[in-house]
Design a protein around this ligand. Structure first.
Ligand SMILES: [Fe+2]
Ligand SMILES: [Fe+2]
Length: 475
């Protein structure tokens, strides 16, 4: 079951050849996907051979095989984790019943919407990142960018398979539309706002892969609990790919900080102007980038009170993060949860029914997880003996969805006037000047083993290769 059949046009471990209609439908979608990749995928990458990992089996030991390939020849396909025999629904109103191998009619519209929303983010991030290859700080980083891009492409395949197999004509139309919307397109944008933002530079890219790919992790974890078994199995496999994306983000920011603190110690200064003259990214700017990406990403979890969230949970479509490890009744009917709102110029906590607050529950789990990396970044700074601490902003800072939407709240959680906000926002969010400075550092470095001045080399290479390995061959 877990072995992947590569002899077919579409690699898969779902016995695709036994379902001729589905196979034909996916084979018709395939050239459209390749056209999308050629138009919207990594710019100028067509002739490059990239040292990529490809899934050969979904077993934890050895799902990856490494080799130099052209990205458009990457073996995108359909890979599901093996099913559990007799899997039971373990939360919501159907708790204890058999997991669904097909889509129940009454949940069809909601499930389709969940799958389409998830699927839409996958090609969106490829589009957001398509120019970054032109300014890669090293060949190693270029390879990591491309690895993420091809895997987001595969995540799109994962969702398109579900749409084609389980949602008939509607599903096929949705699958086509996933290739028609484009990130930032005025007439036909991607569904979620964070996926219409630009990823203009590599610091943004590392922040995006640390914070926003982590949103992906939490959404996928919640879907991996789903009563709809094919969705649970496919998202479980996607999660194994997602881990590398977050590693790229965390280590990328960490290496940026490492280089900055090294230069701070060499020059014995924390003066921003001097550090910028030396071509590194000062720590206050890194803090502002954290504030931006953290706040934009936590909006992705949706409104703090949501009847859709309650429906998705009670009907078994989407669980909580690590649902199985929790010790409550997994139905949550009488439970409550605290959310924040602004009343009389103050942030106050309010108890609301937990079922309606499940977006907030997932957001809070995400926040705990994402703070871990910030702690590790602080260790790099502390080790260099520099008295500076990066922090996650308050969760009410710079929010655009739910009851905190538009409230003026500082990164340390103080409600302020519009005037104070306007006067100080340049200290809290990246200014045009910050972004222009970071952009000015971006220049292509691709000789093996060489790195741009603003970033330290990684501790080790990919797949135990040396750091100066030729990860990308330009031909
Ligand atoms: Fe993804
Ligand atoms: Fe990802």
């Amino acid at each position: 079951m877990s072995g992947i059949n590569y002899s077919e046009k579409i690699p898969n471990n779902v016995n695709l050849s036994e379902d001729r209609t589905l196979q034909r439908a996916l084979e018709q979608w395939q050239p459209n996907f390749i056209n999308w990749w050629d138009d919207m995928g990594p710019e100028g990458s067509t002739d490059m051979d990239v040292y990529l990992r490809t899934a050969v089996s979904v077993d934890p030991q050895g799902w990856a095989q490494f080799g130099h390939v052209k990205m458009r020849d990457y073996r995108w396909g359909v890979f599901l984790n093996p099913g559990e025999e007799d899997r039971k629904i373990h939360f919501g109103d159907h708790i204890g019943e058999k997991a669904w191998q097909d889509v129940p009619g009454e949940h069809r519209a909601n499930l389709r919407r969940i799958i389409v929303t998830q699927g839409d983010t996958e090609p969106a991030s490829v589009e957001q990142q398509r120019h970054l290859g032109l300014t890669a700080p090293s060949m190693y980083d270029l390879r990591n960018l491309f690895q993420i891009n091809v895997e987001e492409g595969r995540h799109l395949w994962a969702m398109v398979y579900l749409l084609h197999k389980y949602f008939g004509k509607d599903g096929r139309e949705e699958a086509d539309a996933l290739l028609q919307r484009n990130s930032g397109n005025e007439d036909n944008p991607r569904i979620l706002q964070a996926f219409n933002e630009k990823t203009p530079d590599w610091l943004s890219f590392f922040m995006f892969t640390y914070f926003t790919d982590r949103d992906g992790k939490f959404q996928l974890c919640a879907l991996a609990e789903s009563a709809f078994d094919p969705l649970a199995r496919t998202t479980k496999f996607m999660l194994t790919e997602e881990a590398h994306h977050m590693f790229v983000g965390e280590s990328g920011v960490s290496r940026t900080i490492q280089r900055t603190v090294d230069v701070m110690n060499q020059l014995k200064t924390d003066d921003v102007a001097k550090l910028r003259a030396a071509g590194v990214i000062d720590l206050p700017t890194i803090q502002r980038y954290i504030n931006f990406h953290f706040s934009v990403t936590i909006d992705l979890f949706g409104a703090d009170q949501s009847s859709n969230a309650a429906t998705f949970y009670s009907s078994g479509l989407k669980g909580r993060y690590e649902e199985g490890k929790r010790t409550d009744d997994h139905v949550l009917k009488g439970n409550s949860y605290k959310i924040l709102s602004v009343e009389d110029g103050k942030l106050v906590e309010k108890e609301v029914p937990m079922l309606n607050a499940l977006n907030e529950v997932l957001r809070d789990d995400y926040i705990t997880d994402s703070k871990g990396g910030i702690d590790r970044w602080n260790r790099v700074i502390a080790k260099a003996g520099i008295p500076f601490t990066l922090t996650a902003p308050h969760k009410a800072f710079h929010r655009n969805i739910g009851s905190l939407s538009g409230a003026k709240i500082t990164p340390d959680g103080r409600v302020v006037s519009d005037e104070e906000w306007m006067a100080k926002v340049g200290e809290w969010l990246p200014s045009n000047e910050d972004r222009a400075y970071v952009a000015s550092l971006m220049g292509r470095v691709v000789e093996p083993g060489k790195f741009a001045n603003w970033i330290a080399p990684p501790v080790m290479g990919i797949n135990r290769q040396p750091v100066d390995f030729d990860y990308v061959r330009f031909n």
